[in-house]
Design a protein around this ligand. Sequence first.
Ligand code: TMP
Length: 245
Amino acid sequence: MSVHSKLYEGKAKILYTTDDPEVLLADFKDDATAFNAQKRGTILGKGQINCSISSQLFKQLELNGIKTHYIDSPSPNQMRVKSVKILPLEVVVRNIAAGSLCQQTGLAVGTILQPPLVEFYYKNDPLGDPLLTRDRLLLLELATAEQVDAITNLALQINKFLISFWWQCGITLVDFKLEFGLDSQQQLLLADEISPDTCRLWNTAEADPNRRVMDKDRFRRDLGNVEDAYQEVLQRVLQAVESQN
Ligand code: TMP
């Protein structure tokens, strides 16, 4: 596979075109940003770790009937993906209250959310990725009503799978963000990545509110030991996948 030109550079990944117009190469970076890139840093080894974790999770999701953009991983920090048009939506699923939900509503961190909350944010950096209502989303034509319903169902299905997968890793899935895209056949595919950058993951065996954090909140909140936490998540994912085979 020959790699052509850089198509797009985001905060955590670079996308390259390939000789197949239906296939892109995603290169995962060690760069880390938070608060709409107001905070910047590097998490050593993050590119390889997030690419490996995402690859494993996409493979598992495919086995469970969820269609994703994942093709394969030709090197530790690179993923071949199906070319999709990304919908400008950040789809957040929350099982436990944390982060912006608590800041914006006053709900106590740790409140169990049953049923899980599915939220849509406008993927738009200049606007600061604002929370959308369904009507605003439709008004802006960011997706059709049918797509919103399909995405909500998929997000809840993915949540069920991920809760159980992370549980096998001794990790509590607090919340996470998904992105979806449309392929050349207008088929909805799960895209982007699923990693400690895009999930809140708490060590189930740990009660301390800082020590339990195994995700990008360690970087966002300057909790230290960021690389160790990411590495530990990867080891647990690989063990869980291994024990299934
Ligand atoms: P929030 O509580 O800050 O809204 O974040 C909810 C979830 O979404 C959390 O798991 C982190 C993830 N997330 C991203 O992946 N990218 C983002 O830009 C933001 C703000 C959150």
